[in-house]
Design a protein around this ligand. Structure first.
Ligand code: SF4
Length: 300
């Protein structure tokens, strides 16, 4: 196999990818040419604060942190002019049928922008064909306890590599390592209004961050009858959308935070590490070379 042209880190800014960045900054694993953070625009403030300090640590080690985006997931969903990249919202049909909307958001807002950045760095932005043999190594922060999530890339110009698996590190090793270096409070990365949050997250948000809680409550109400675009086009949802599985307005949910058996009870949303069922099926393969794409603008 040919040598990679560039070595990048997919930086979700959660525990595992933060540990990878710190390891590289300390020279304990091969360095990255850049760490790429795919910003949905709706992460909690704690994540942006953490990203800011990571950026400083990485910069001091000569590793740029690059922010890319496919849009702003919250405002796009509420924009009648914008296509709605479906979130995994809970649905209640007109006859009480319970279901879940198809998830396209991780692909649209996280994976596609990273692929666009990889192509740009390789010198073959979409729709230019990437020649055979040209590829980037993209490190994914997956620890030994979640090895089942390690997947090969679905495009030949990217090869996924897994530094934490090479080190045989588990999540607790990452947490201890981050704590040793003053990053013990590394938050989980996911959108404020992600329907995958458990009651522990919602209760915490409500108690500690009333502004972000109010933001999620407002969004929950705004998408009740479907996306803004569908409503503007006179095609409201036949049923209703909800952020919470109880399928009542978020501020009326009886939150029942349960003791967490393990940190993996409440996983974050890494671009390539999604633990939720169905994700692999829902990320459409990237077009081979010639179709237009909407994702992948650099934001910083
Ligand atoms: S955190 Fe949730 S809403 Fe945000 S991109 Fe991931 S799955 Fe979608």
């Amino acid at each position: 196999m040919t040598e990679p042209t560039t070595r990048l880190l997919s930086l979700g800014a959660g525990v595992q990818s933060s540990a990878c960045l710190l390891l590289a900054a300390q020279g304990r694993i091969p360095r990255f040419d850049a760490a790429v953070f795919s910003d949905t625009g709706w992460e909690p403030r704690a994540v942006y604060r953490h990203l800011h300090r990571l950026t400083g640590i990485a910069r001091a080690a000569g590793i740029p942190v690059v922010r890319v985006a496919g849009g702003d997931i919250r405002s796009d969903a509420l924009d009648p002019e914008h296509r709605f990249a479906s979130m995994p919202l809970f649905t209640l049909g007109p006859n009480g049928e319970r279901g879940m909307a198809r998830r396209q958001c991780t692909s649209e807002y996280k994976i596609k922008p990273i692929k666009a950045e990889v192509r740009r760095r390789l010198g073959y932005p979409h729709p230019i064909r990437v020649p055979a043999g040209v590829r980037a190594d993209v490190a994914i922060g997956i620890s030994l306890d979640e090895i089942g999530r390690a997947r090969d890339s679905d495009v030949r110009y990217m090869r996924h590599v897994f530094p934490l698996l090479d080190l045989r590190w588990r999540r607790e090793d990452c947490v201890a390592f981050l704590a040793e270096h003053g990053l013990g409070d590394t938050p989980r990365s996911s959108c404020i209004g992600c329907p995958f949050h458990d009651d522990g997250f919602w209760a915490d948000l409500k108690a500690r961050s009333p502004g972000e809680w109010a933001d999620a409550v407002a969004f929950d109400g705004a998408i009740r009858h479907g996306s803004a675009r569908a409503n503007a086009e006179g095609q409201p949802l036949r049923g209703r959308y909800y952020l919470h599985a109880q399928r009542v307005p978020l501020d009326q949910v009886v939150l029942r935070p349960r003791a967490r058996r393990s940190p993996e009870d409440t996983p974050g949303c890494g671009p390539f590490t999604c633990p939720h069922p169905g994700e692999a099926d829902q990320v459409p393969p990237e077009p081979t070379d010639a179709r237009p794409t909407t994702a992948g603008r650099r934001v910083a």
